[in-house]
Design a protein around this ligand. Structure first.
Ligand code: PHE
Length: 337
């Protein structure tokens, strides 16, 4: 009976699809050809029903082939666990070293700096990497053509934008945003950290790209003593020991008085008594800077400071050359793992 042939062949061919790596070949199987070939030899009245059954078998085979192909496809894609550490013994090409990566030392130390200041009650915001003349100079009490502008070796784009030469470009924004808090009886306490840029010749102590942290505090009664206490606390926590500090006058148009803040290099970090290291610039915020931000200098006063991160880190770890930080040398970076 031709229909019995169909049933038997159907099972054989479906089984073959299931176990084949090239299931589509089953469509060319001699058994299937034989079933088609038999159509012509059947009595005319049986041909219709028989032909229909053979076609149904072909449709069933096609569906089984597609399902099998999908299974084969997905098996050929090896699942990748992106969280797995790179395996030294993997047979795959090892393009990367197999040890785990680490945070860049500056990122790690910057996190530490931010952590110390946030624990002291300062909010932390990242500084901008592109800015304008107003925030770089005008809002900071550098009038146009003021000679102190030259001290900042500032880059400028053709359109007049400025990659900031210090994080002080954030001062005006911090003051303006904090004005409302002040008026409600609160105070402003924020740090701003980020990358700054200066058109400098690069050597062991100068980079064109480096990092700074800026601090701004404003209240009704902030004093220079509060500032020195804040800075001393920060440095003592960061270096994990008590420190001697000193200040000397320094000129920055946006503070009055302006100071340079130094610490005595601790013996534990290879310092000799009387060896002072200048760490940052600071001072009481100039009345013009407060006024430009809409804060009345006869009611409120504040202090600000700003300094480089690299210098902090170099002292902590005895790093002798600033250029290491940007050099992408793995031997250097791995020391901070
Ligand atoms: N922005 C100054 C600099 O980079 C440092 C500074 C910040 C001085 C805040 C006073 C107050 O040289």
């Amino acid at each position: 009976m031709p229909t019995d042939d169909i049933t038997a062949t159907r099972q054989t061919l479906l089984d073959r699809v299931e176990s084949s790596d090239t299931p589509r070949d089953v469509l060319r199987a001699p058994e299937l050809k034989k079933l088609y070939g038999a159509i012509g030899s059947l009595p005319a009245e049986e041909r219709g029903a028989y032909g229909k059954s053979v076609n149904e078998l072909k449709v069933a085979l096609e569906a089984a082939i597609q399902a099998r192909e999908a299974v084969l496809d997905s098996a050929s894609i090896e699942p990748i666990d992106v969280t797995a550490p790179w395996d030294l013994n993997s047979t795959r090409p090892a393009l990367l070293p197999t040890t785990q990566g680490t945070q860049h030392p500056l990122t790690k130390e910057l996190d530490e700096v931010i952590d110390i200041f946030t624990r002291m009650g300062f909010a932390a915001i990242e500084s901008r990497q592109i800015d304008d003349d107003f925030h770089m100079f005008e809002a900071l009490n550098f009038p146009e053509n003021h000679p102190a502008r030259d001290g900042y070796d500032t880059f400028r784009t053709e359109e007049g934008f400025i990659p900031p030469a210090h994080t002080s470009t954030m001062q005006h924004r911090i003051l303006k945003d904090g004005k409302e808090t002040l008026e409600k009886g609160g105070h402003i306490a924020a740090i701003s950290y980020g990358r700054v840029f200066r058109n400098e010749d690069v050597d062991a102590t100068h980079e064109h790209t480096f990092y700074q942290v800026e601090g701004v505090f404003v209240s009704k009664d902030a004093t220079l003593g509060d500032m020195l206490g804040t800075l001393r606390s920060f440095f003592e926590v960061y270096y994990g020991q008590s420190l001697k500090i000193k200040t000397q006058p320094g000129y920055f148009p946006f503070v009055e008085p302006g100071l340079e803040f130094a610490i005595e290099k601790p013996a534990a970090l290879g310092g000799k008594p009387g060896e002072w290291l200048e760490m940052l610039g600071c001072g009481m915020i100039h009345p013009n800077v407060l006024r430009t931000a809409g804060i009345d200098p006869s009611e409120y006063r504040g202090f600000a400071w700003g300094g480089g991160i690299e210098r902090l880190v170099m002292l902590k770890y005895g790093i002798e050359d600033l250029r290491h930080f940007e050099a992408a040398k793995l031997n250097f970076l791995r020391k901070f793992a």
